[in-house]
Write a protein of this length. Structure first.
Length: 350
């Protein structure tokens, strides 16, 4: 009888421990991605170096986890830091976790997360609704600097509160507000996505609101509609973006909206699976920035374009090699900006 009780107690202890392990989990993960590339600037200089072509998957390390709170509710979190494979340093600067640092709750209602998170435009791009390289080796996304093409609205925002709804017939809604806390503009936005069958589509709208800080009340209103369709033999992606009062910084606090440009861009891309392991990506982006006349300053119009081709070969489910070529053109080139680049790299997830 005593032996039976002891065996039962041991089994109960292991069962309780296993249940606790299942109820709470933490995953350590990362990506190591690097390429060797040669680029040519608009000044005619040729540079050979590391990561002259954007990485398909930015190098990083992080942890994510969840705890079962019962009743279908979970506590969730993610901490993630950028990493440079070229010299082993982090890209976090003064931020320990510059890519993600948030905690929240998830359940039948959806997800509510608070902390440093991706912008809604970047969330859309990383799901390649129109950007077939997901801000990778053919990246066409940028803030208001260098070669302006399609905005990702600054990649990430601090002090962000995000609600993500459950999917209803393929439709999911995300609403986010990143509080400026009277030191910078508040970032507000909504992202609606549709994923069902061969069609995937998205509509994103984000803007800066300067209420409580110096400058105009509202600027950099970006609206993007994008989508992709799987034809079977290939996947075609399209995107169109407009920006009203272009000044892509939450701390810019422009004094007047009258001098701010209008911006429009479109993107078209194709993903073609050559074999099960080998994929081909082609992407073209064209954009125009128009600055209105103010006082004695004449109105201006600037055109930008970029075309890129890449191949990815999957050695396994976590590792692939890639080759990428990009050609960029602007009507008033900056000498230090790349005109073209060609690179070969490898990306490994762990």
């Amino acid at each position: 009888m005593k032996k039976t009780l002891i065996v039962g107690a041991v089994i109960a202890a292991f069962t309780t421990a296993a249940a606790a392990q299942q109820a709470s989990s933490v995953t350590l993960y990362g990506i190591a991605d690097i390429n060797v590339a040669q680029s040519e600037t608009h000044a005619g200089a040729t540079i050979t170096g590391i990561d002259q072509v954007p990485n398909p998957r930015g190098s990083r390390f992080g942890m994510r986890g969840s705890e079962n709170l019962g009743g279908g509710m979970r506590a969730i979190f993610q901490l993630e830091a950028g990493l440079s494979m070229a010299d082993g340093t982090t890209t976090a600067n003064s931020q320990l976790f510059n890519r993600h640092a948030w905690v929240g709750l998830a359940g039948g209602f959806g997800e509510l997360t608070v902390g440093r998170q991706d912008t809604l435009h970047r969330t859309m791009n990383l799901s390649n609704y129109s950007d077939v390289a997901t801000e990778g080796e053919l990246s066409v996304t940028t803030s208001n600097s260098g070669l302006q093409l399609m905005q990702n609205f600054g990649s990430r925002v601090n002090n962000a509160i995000r609600y993500t709804s459950p999917a209803f017939s393929g439709v999911r809604v995300r609403v986010q507000s990143a509080l400026g806390q009277r030191t910078s503009a508040t970032t507000n936005g909504v992202l609606v996505t549709y994923d069902k069958g061969p069609l995937r589509a998205a509509l994103a709208h984000e803007y800066y609101d300067g209420a409580g800080v110096a400058g105009i009340a509202r600027w950099n209103e970006v609206t993007t509609i994008s989508g992709q369709y799987n034809l079977g033999v290939a996947t075609v992606a399209l995107g169109y973006q407009t920006t009203d009062k272009l000044a892509a910084s939450a701390t810019a606090n422009p004094a007047s909206a009258a001098a701010l440009p209008e911006h429009s861009a479109y993107n078209i891309g194709v993903i073609y699976p050559v074999t099960k392991a080998l994929g081909l990506r082609v992407q073209y982006t064209q954009s125009t920035t128009k600055t209105p006349a103010v006082g004695t300053t004449a109105a201006t119009s600037r055109d930008y374009s970029r075309i890129g081709v890449s191949t990815r070969y999957a050695f396994s489910g976590r590792t692939f090699g890639y080759v990428a070529y990009n050609q960029r053109d602007v009507d008033i080139p900056t000498a230090s900006n790349n005109k073209s680049s060609f690179g070969v790299g490898i990306s490994h997830a762990f």
